[in-house]
Design a protein around this ligand. Structure first.
Ligand SMILES: Cc1ncc(COP(=O)(O)O)c(C=O)c1O
Length: 457
């Protein structure tokens, strides 16, 4: 039955409050917008509280000033650069600032020589980075006389450590690229560079170095990969191998804290880097960035550049996605302007302090062996000690913490170490010491509850 909008717009007592919301078919009639708003809000009631979600890397809190700017820009379309030229300029400014933050050599000045784009997230950035490696390899391989249509002998391959994020599996599947994964063995939590180099051949389109392995919270030694590839490339001048760095969550963290070896454009074989703006870039999902070292055919082949003219004037389009709101670009630009180097440093310093505190307390229970302790990346991972002598598993602890509202995933390590179950906390900028202390109290309580539960069974 249709409602008259002039009638009651309170949710309580409304007809809609007595029925389920539609799930399959478009309803015949319109309803009062106030009632619709409350009904949809109630539908979301038992979703995770963002600050208790210790699983995600994604931003759950921006400043009120950013919130205002972002919501004012929600109705814009970032791709429509003739209608929104200032948003387009801010996108270019962000690319330039991020490229310089990653130490693009001064002689390769941004506006002329290097190039980048915003993306919806790192997945799109990785996809573009992989494609640029693939197309530029194809050009080199053809010039070197390889028959690239002979997939039996010349199927392209990509080398990556087995802690990769799923986007790389998608990339290799979509584009029929052989994925050569470097297994984690023994106590290794990142790429074994000797093993990686032993996999390189004339069909290798590139090595992906991960700066911030999703599963283990460690980093690949990009400096060492670069050193080894420099040696390799000296001998293989017609088919050199380059590096794409997937710094989805670390690209906005490493530049602001101590302890990371060079990993960015300081290394000359690094041709492109992606980052998620919505992780430590501190913008709401979804925004990411990819920057190429050089704006030339070698790094970003012409197959990947498209000119689009129907929006008023011809614009270059590199990204895969077309229409999306300009709001996240505005949010990113706001953050860069607002925080600057000093502000990002202050935020990341706190993130590291909280990570180390959490790690210290978790280790202090005597039950867990820490795999990463937050001293490098803001990821704290642990497993149960062999001598923990408890009747419960990390999966039980995950469930118990959820009863206190905290989401802390337990999962197996990647291939070759997948019999080891670990648990992980991602410390985000919004996790103040107060929230960390609340978590610690609930962790201790959860352990007691589990011990008790299993004791009385
Ligand atoms: C290393 C790595 N690469 C890629 C991604 C995908 O990023 P996004 O969620 O921004 O698409 C992630 C996400 O966690 C990641 O950790």
């Amino acid at each position: 039955m249709a409602h008259d909008f002039a009638l009651e717009d309170n949710f309580l007592g409304s007809m809609e409050a007595g029925y389920d919301l539609p799930t399959e078919y478009l309803p015949e009639h319109a309803i009062n917008p106030n009632i619709a708003e409350e009904a949809v809000r109630q539908y979301r009631l038992n979703e995770a509280k963002p600050n208790q979600n210790l699983t995600t890397f994604c931003t759950t809190q921006m400043e009120p000033q950013a919130d205002r700017l972002v919501s004012e820009a929600l109705n814009t379309n970032a791709i429509d650069k003739s209608e929104y030229p200032k948003t387009a300029a801010m996108e270019d400014n962000c690319c330039a600032m991020i490229g310089h933050m990653w130490n693009i050599p001064e002689e390769e000045k941004f506006r002329k020589d290097f190039i980048g784009t915003s993306t919806v997230g790192s997945s799109e950035g990785c996809m573009l980075g992989g494609l640029a490696l693939l197309f530029s390899w194809k050009h080199r391989a053809q010039a070197a006389g390889l028959d690239i249509d002979d997939l039996h002998h010349h199927r392209p391959n990509l080398i990556i450590d087995s802690g990769y994020q799923v986007v790389w599996e998608k990339f290799c599947t979509y584009w029929n690229v052989e994925m050569r994964t470097v297994p984690l063995t023994g106590t290794e939590m990142s790429m074994d560079v000797d093993k990686a180099m032993s996999m390189v051949d004339e069909n290798t389109i590139g090595i992906v170095g991960i700066l911030g392995i999703t599963y283990t919270g460690s980093v690949d030694d990009i400096q060492e990969i670069d050193r080894r590839l420099t040696e390799y490339n000296k001998v293989h001048t017609d088919l050199p191998v380059h590096i794409h760095v997937d710094s989805a969550y670390c690209g906005f963290f490493a530049p602001f804290v101590d302890g990371f070896k060079p990993w960015d454009f300081r290394l000359k074989n690094v041709v492109s880097i992606n980052v998620s703006g919505h992780k430590y870039g501190m913008v709401y999902p979804g925004v990411g960035w990819i920057i190429w070292r050089k704006n030339d055919e070698e790094h970003l082949p012409s197959e990947m550049r498209f000119a689009v003219s129907y929006l008023g004037k011809s614009v270059d389009s590199i990204a895969i996605n077309f229409s999306h709101s300009g709001a996240q670009i505005i949010g990113q630009y706001y953050n860069l302007v607002r925080f600057g180097r000093e502000g990002y440093q202050a935020v990341m310093h706190n993130v590291r302090k909280v990570s180390m505190k959490l790690s210290e307390v978790i280790a202090g229970t005597g039950l867990f062996e820490m795999l990463t302790n937050g001293a490098e990346l803001p990821i704290v991972t642990w497993k149960l000690r062999d001598d923990a002598n408890v009747q419960w598993s990390l999966y039980d602890l995950e469930d118990q913490l959820l009863m206190h509202g905290w989401q802390v995933p337990a999962y197996p390590l990647p291939k070759n170490r997948d019999d080891e179950i670990i648990q992980r906390i991602v410390v985000r900028p919004s996790m103040s010491m107060t929230i960390a202390n609340d978590f610690i109290a609930d962790l201790k309580q959860s352990i007691e509850e589990l011990n008790h539960k299993h004791f009385i069974k």
